[in-house]
Design a protein around this ligand. Sequence first.
Ligand code: ACO
Length: 320
Amino acid sequence: MSVYSRILGTGSYLPEKVLTNKDLEQIVDTSDEWIRERTGIRQRHVVIDGESCCDLAERAARRAIESAGLVPTEIDLIVVATTTPDQIFPSTACLLQQRLGIHGCPAFDVQAVCTGFVYALAIADKFIRAGTSRCALVVGSETLSRILNWQDRGTCVLFGDGAGAVVVGAAEEAGILSTHLHADGAYKDLLQVPRGIGSGSCDGDPYMEMRGNEVFKVAVTTLGRIVDETLEANGMQQSDIDWLIPHQANIRIIQATARKLHLPMEQVVVTVGDHGNTSAASIPLALDTAIRDGRIRRGETLLMEAFGGGFTWGSVLARY
Ligand code: ACO
């Protein structure tokens, strides 16, 4: 009998400190009105001194494991999607594994920027389908506030910190119906943090740089294509989708994808207003929100899609 993976539980966590658009007016030349109109963002959560990516990941992970009705030691694979690991190594997944008191199972990070969670979930699905794992913890956790230039109004108003997690387990019925992953490094210069240690010293600017307008245009067309690819691979119509759970970057990009699916905004989970773009954390944050408030119910069909630095992009189609 075929083995599939299925979402067993979800969890999320946002740091307590909130920065509103009004707060940002004190820091850069911007306005609440501009940010809301161009992005849909009202506020973002940010870590305080001493609070780390792994701290956020641990809280989200514990909530997801609890909602799955499991204990941490039942987890046999940990994949963490992050662009802002606590250290160069060990991976945040290994740090999280230690915090959760789990020993021996594979644990590793995935770096695909805003598409990180989609990549991580696709990898976990493949481990489970291959029979290598039975119960995987997949986390998206980010402290993007640490890599923002707080003098650059073109980026600092867009991003926030947070974490989301899912537990996926082996099941006889799908679960995750299909996953679709892509990347094209030809676009590397449009969205990047140029700092690296590859040359032997810490060269370059440690903060995010983005050509926002160009990223926006590629994101809209690429996400339209990934929607088509996902539906076609499953022989589905747009009307078969119950919920769109998009990467929460910008309300206008989300609306464009919803239009492509002929999906009313009532069937789109939108949390970007509350936490801004939390990169790899944004899809599991949105998913957990809509499951906990009762909108998403068992048996419904979910389309998750994301686009991010690299460029990377991808989707997961799942029956919840
Ligand atoms: N406040 C006020 N004005 C601003 C701000 C700001 N925070 N930022 C830019 N502006 C100004 C610009 O300087 C420009 O002024 P000008 O016309 O005098 O030159 C004007 O607003 C318009 O700028 P645009 O960049 O054309 O604005 P746009 O409508 O494209 O919105 C935005 C900018 C919100 C960044 C948009 O392009 C966007 O969302 N891009 C995509 C970002 C994204 O989705 N990234 C996804 C992946 S993220 C990841 O992987 C980490």
